[in-house]
Design a protein around this ligand. Structure first.
Ligand SMILES: [Zn+2]
Length: 250
């Protein structure tokens, strides 16, 4: 899938996806300017917004985008829809829908917000503030059990080849945290070296496969307390909660 990465605000990413007919969807437009510029440059018409959750740094561009494209369809989870403002199409059932000639799944992944969604279509997963490269979102509305289930059970369905496009560029800091937990882990060390060199070049670190995530993200390894470096805790939710608490103050 052709995914254009749009840097927004301080360290947010929005993502532009298009079809053959020149229609486009944008994921998490935190501001309108970069989206409108990309659409104009490529001669595309915006038909859909996929909102992973209701926070302003992910939907702040909506009013201006609606003004340019009055028929814009905004898709979100019903639990977050009311906080987004304006007409929103709430995902129903198991979150399956079609857009841009593709089948999508809006996977409900509560934890960061109660209506957080990860949008999965083609070979891309747009994970908002739920799953970051080597990290996960803070627990603002949900609890550790919810987020642990979202990351390991719900997103566990996503195949290894799918590319991860999260809501923020947090990769280097997250991998430094992971390296502190797993100082001898060669996959973490190599991923950190790659991410540091890409960031130094001004290149986004997103779009890497889930297989790499499953090797290097401590929050996807909390089934094994030893791998988390937390031998004093039980694996699973307790390990996840301990990791999240450590990362909150890292
Ligand atoms: Zn957020």
């Amino acid at each position: 899938m052709d995914v254009e990465i749009l840097a927004c605000l301080e360290d947010n990413y929005a993502y532009l996806v298009r079809d053959e007919a020149g229609c486009a969807a944008v994921v998490d437009p935190g501001e309108a300017g970069p989206v409108l510029s990309a659409l104009a440059r490529r001669g595309l018409r915006l038909t859909h917004v996929f909102a992973t959750h209701h926070h302003g740094d992910h939907v702040g561009g909506l009013p201006a985008l609606r003004a340019h494209f009055p028929a814009l369809r905004v898709i979100a989870h019903p639990r977050d829809a009311a906080h987004i403002g304006g007409p929103v199409e709430a995902l129903a059932g198991d979150g399956r829908f079609e857009a841009l000639g593709l089948r999508w799944r809006g996977l409900h992944v509560p934890g960061h917000t109660l209506g957080a969604v990860a949008f999965w279509g083609g070979d891309a997963l747009f994970s908002g503030d739920t799953l970051f490269r080597a990290g996960c979102g803070r627990l603002f509305e949900g609890d550790a059990a919810m987020m642990h289930h979202a990351l390991n059970a719900t997103l566990g369905e996503v195949d290894d080849a799918t590319r991860l496009y999260p809501g923020h560029e947090y990769t280097v800091k997250n991998l430094r945290f992971a390296q502190g937990l797993l100082p001898d882990d060669v996959d973490v060390r190599e991923a950190l070296r790659e991410a540091e060199s890409w960031v130094a070049e001004g290149r986004p670190t997103v779009g890497r496969p889930m297989a790499l995530e499953r090797l290097t993200n401590p929050f996807l390894r909390s089934h094994d307390a030893r791998l988390c470096g937390l031998t004093e805790t039980e694996p699973g939710v307790a390990c996840f909660a301990a990791l999240r608490a450590r990362r909150d103050v890292f």
